[in-house]
Structures are given as structure tokens and as C-alpha cells.
Design a protein around this ligand. Sequence first.
Ligand SMILES: Cc1cc2nc3c(=O)[nH]c(=O)nc-3n(C[C@H](O)[C@H](O)[C@H](O)COP(=O)(O)OP(=O)(O)OC[C@H]3O[C@@H](n4cnc5c(N)ncnc54)[C@H](O)[C@@H]3O)c2cc1C
Length: 426
Amino acid sequence: MSKEMKSIEEGDTVCIVGGGPGGAGCAISLLQESRAIGKPIKVVIFEHKKFSEHRHYNQCIGVLSPPLEDILKDEFDLVIPDDLILSEIEGYCLHSDRLDLNLIGEETGRSVSVKRSKFDASMLEEAKKAGATIVHNRVTGIEINPEDVMVYSEGDNYKGAVVVGAFGLDDGSCRVFEQGTSYRQPDFLNTIITRLSPGQEFIKGMESTIHAFLLSHPGLEFGAVTPKGDHIAINIAGRNVSSKVMLEFLRSEPVQRFLPPHQQREKPLNYFKGKFPIAPARNLFGDRYVTIGDAAGLMRPFKGKGINSAINTGIYAARSIMRHGVSKKSFSENFYKDCWELTQDLPYGRCVRVLTNLATDLKFMDHMIAVAGTDKVFMKAMFNCVSGHLAYKRIICETASLPLVINFAARIVSHFILRQKATLPV
Ligand SMILES: Cc1cc2nc3c(=O)[nH]c(=O)nc-3n(C[C@H](O)[C@H](O)[C@H](O)COP(=O)(O)OP(=O)(O)OC[C@H]3O[C@@H](n4cnc5c(N)ncnc54)[C@H](O)[C@@H]3O)c2cc1C
């Protein structure tokens, strides 16, 4: 390792691009670490949005799920302020083309819905209280040199010892990092969100249940309808989702049952487009740079718990920087190793995603729900996939059994025989 890259020195600056949960969590953790080892440093967060103005719609449903409250308490001694919480999520209901099932299982902790901009504003405020400098400018370029990094923004430029990429899947910022480093942005699904305000009475009737939809609709991987206190958030995800796919989703029979009657008259809706990483970025760290959260693509497919992953990876990056240095080798040996819970589960998550897509494409999801309705073990697996409560590896290991395989094999055979018969001329 070169002498210059040995470790963080007293008075060094750490630049963080993006002040979402990942960037804010990383900043708080860096400053905690620096105090603990008695090495004062400067932490600068570049965040071009002013969350407290609530002018930007965040591409997120805003469900904070376990163990987020424990992470905030244990790592930062923070609690989610009561006035941030819109509602508590009480359950999940899974829908296929023709069936639906209330999923039964246990979560260790509560899930709550919040307004994302308020949550992000409160996290950024905590980072500021911890001592971080917030620069409300967009980063436009980075330069990695052997002895330092240079971060260019629409306002002031900053020199630092290391740069943390916490910019989510922002296209422009991905390009800035791709130009300045060997980082390559993660593979992703497109998402569209819309919201409805059908009135308190209607929302109460939804009983704080998240409705997840796995429908056999071309272009759609999954969708969800989430009650959020005073409104309902509706999101869909897929490689090529569009406003047209959203309209078809809203018009589909399983979804119509959860929309207020006036929605059936197609009132114009506001749509917001976003992205959801489904694989890790390539070269997600290197000499003097490391990416975290969505930018790194380190999260679960489906119920991603992206906020949890962003904060956790931010903490791992901060520890790695403060305790071990800023070289590629040290990020590999420390930061990336700490992310093992996410990285070791990636192949299993991919496998579940492929199987789910196959089941929806082949119109087999009704059978999966029917089996979950009678088989407790499979019900638990469905609950854990949708709630994101357990790692996919554990879900697969706890669920796979010979009787279940035989059950599905028989259903697959009869499903295809029936489909074949349906296509034969009469
Ligand atoms: C449709 C949808 C629904 C979701 N629902 C949930 C959910 O209910 N619960 C959950 O846990 N996760 C959810 N997620 C995932 C979650 O939103 C992300 O995983 C999480 O926000 C990642 O945090 P982050 O800090 O890595 O990035 P972000 O939250 O994206 O933050 C990045 C920040 O960087 C700033 N930024 C970007 N580029 C620059 C630049 N050049 N200069 C300055 N600032 C910059 C942006 O303004 C932004 O504030 C959802 C995602 C989608 C797409």
C-alpha cells in the first residue's frame, strides 16, 4: 500500500456524495468513530435536495421495517420521532391473478410507514448535529489522485482523503463516478409510483395491510398497494414498466378491489419514475472511493429493505475508512467482508426472483398461493419473502422438502396438461 493511502489522518476530509439514509448514516458513523479514536476529521455531505422543503417526491414507499429501529438505536442512539410515523403496518396480503392470501408469520419488531422526505430530513439533521457539513449543491465531477480526491460541485469544490458514493441510482451521478473511477452502476428494475387520497374511511378499511401483487402481466415483475395514513401508495416494478403498464395494473381485477370507486373512472394520476437495484455494482470500491446503499446495489430483490441496507453499508464503510484506511485492498478486506450478510444471499435472492418470474409468466402463481394456503411451511416462506424478514438462503433451506417438491411437480404437470387441452381445437 502506498504511504499516502495508509490511513485517515487527523484533520482529513471525507466527502460523501448524497445525503439519503446511506450518506447520512455513514456521516454519523464516521464522526462517532473519529471521536472514539480521538482523531478529529471533517465530513462533508453533498445533497442537492432540500428535504425539509418537501418539493421532491422520493421514489420510495417509505416503509421502515425491522430491524431498522434497532439499528438506529444501537448504532446512533436515535429513535424514530412519533410525528414521523403515518401508520403501523399490520400484515401482508399476497395476490395472484385469481387468488389472494393473508400471509401469516412473525416479524421481530414493527414496520411503520413514514413520509420519506421527512425521514431523510431528520437523518440529515442528525448528521449535521453530529458535526457534518451539509453542502446543498449537486456534485458534477470527481477526481481520484494517488494522494487525495477532488470533488467538484455546482458550488464549492472540496479536497478530501476519500469519497463515499451514496447517490442512489441517480443517472448523472452514476456517470460522474463511472468517469472518475472504474465503478459501473448496478443492474436495476424500473419502477413507477402513484398515489391516491380516497379519504380516511376507505383507508381504514384497508386495515394497514400491504397488498403485494404477483400477476401474469407482461412487463410487470411485481406491484404493491400500501395504505399510508392519509393516502394509498401504489408501485409497480419491472424491466420496462411504463405509465401504460401502470394503467393496466390499476385496471386489473385483483387491484381494482383495493381502489376507491371513483378511481374506476380513471381520474388522471401523477406518476413518479424510479429505479430499484437488483445486482451489485461492478468495482463498487477502489483506491480512495467506496459506494454504499443503492449506488452499490447491495440489497435484496423484491422486499429490498433498501433503507436498512443503505444505513448498514454506510456504517460498514465508515468503520472501514476510520479503522483500516482508504485503499481498495482495505475496502475489500474490511468493508466488503462486513457486507457478507447481503452478498452471500445474492445468489439465493436471484434464484427466488427467477422462479417467481417463471411462475407469473407461466400463470402458475395461483397454484403457489393455493399451496401456501394449506402448507404451513410454504406459507411461512411466502411471508418471509414478502416481509423480507429472513435471508433467502434460510428461507430456501427451511422450505425445500421432498413432499413439497412432489406437490409442486404434480401441480405443474396438471397445469400444463390443462393449458395444452385449452389450446387444442374443439
Ligand atoms: C418504488 C420504490 C419503493 C421503495 N420502497 C421502499 C420501502 O418501502 N422501504 C425501504 O426500506 N426501501 C424502499 N425502497 C428502496 C429505498 O428507497 C432505497 O434503497 C434507499 O433510498 C437507498 O438509500 P441511499 O441512501 O442509498 O440512496 P437514496 O435514498 O437514493 O439517496 C441518494 C441521495 O443522493 C442525492 N444525490 C444524488 N446524486 C447527487 C449529486 N450528484 N450531488 C448531490 N446529491 C446527490 C439524492 O438527492 C438523494 O437524496 C424503495 C425503492 C423504490 C424504487
